[in-house]
Design a protein around this ligand. Sequence first.
Ligand code: TXD
Length: 317
Amino acid sequence: MARNKIALIGAGNIGGTLAHLIGLKELGDVVLFDVFGGVAAGKALDIAQSSPVDGFDAALSGGSDYAAIAGADVIIVTAGFPRMPGMSRDDLLTKNAGVMATVAEGIKTYAPNAFVICITNPLDVMVWALQQKSGLPPHMVVGMAGVLDSARFRLFLAEEFKVSVEDVTAFVLGGHGDTMVPLTRYSTVAGIPVPDLIKMGWTTQEKIDAIVHRTANGGGEIVKLLERGSAFYAPAASAVAMAESYLKDKKRVLPCAVMLNGEYGMKDFYVGVPVVIGAGGVEKIVEVEFLPEEKAAFAKSCDAVKKLVEDFKALGV
Ligand code: TXD
């Protein structure tokens, strides 16, 4: 059986890390695409040269010709510009809207049957734009943010409880970033919900509140430390988990930005909710019942995303 083909649009920090992880996990052959074709080709060659040492077989190539992504099974999009000093959010929206338009065109022409994972920020609106402009079915176009947000939440909880990260599950919803909604009653240590752990005296509400706050600002904490650029190891690992669930039909339940069509009373925009990812793409949207305060927090998060979508539409790109 031929290997899977995974195309990475954007060969920056996340793109390069994705290529390396995909190689190490032998998920398939990798094509890196970037407007700077040399960077894409250089990273592909460098990672390929690590394969004899680490013992993985994967063909890696890079360049700036969209034809190379032809027939890709999975496409992960990180292409775009970061916010620079003096740039407004609208400036970033306009610039990355233009990027999404070209990326969508490339995908539509060369790999219309791919499962597409978007990572580019502002995430919830960019993945929506990518789906709209490519015309791919919504269940085949998803955004990565929730897996990363919940990974951060799981790490901080595991550190608080001094237990393995493996035994901590977390449940987050909503848009990416500071309006993210963590549902602590569905977050557990080995199946024991966080509110019960508070009752057991293993932690306090104050500590959990601080962890929730740190999680929602997790991206900013890293930007501040790195000074030049944003997080890339954990974002790449998160997108690889989504790609793997699709390629291996694992049917993992992962929080992803997906197009809602009436679920949670919302429609026609992308936002983070738990979904089942398998060979059919997004196979199911998991809809839980909210408590009133959770409903309000989710609605607030959706409003923030909807506003960005309206801003985007107003740009007329
Ligand atoms: O949770 C999440 N979704 C995120 C999102 C977590 C972390 C970072 N997140 C966002 O991912 C971040 O704000 C950026 O929008 C993307 C990519 O982050 P990365 O750290 O990889 O950015 P880089 O290193 O700047 O890489 C972007 C690459 C760079 O090599 C550009 O040359 C290229 O994108 N680029 C393009 N490639 C192809 N086509 C076009 N048009 C293009 N324009 C720029």
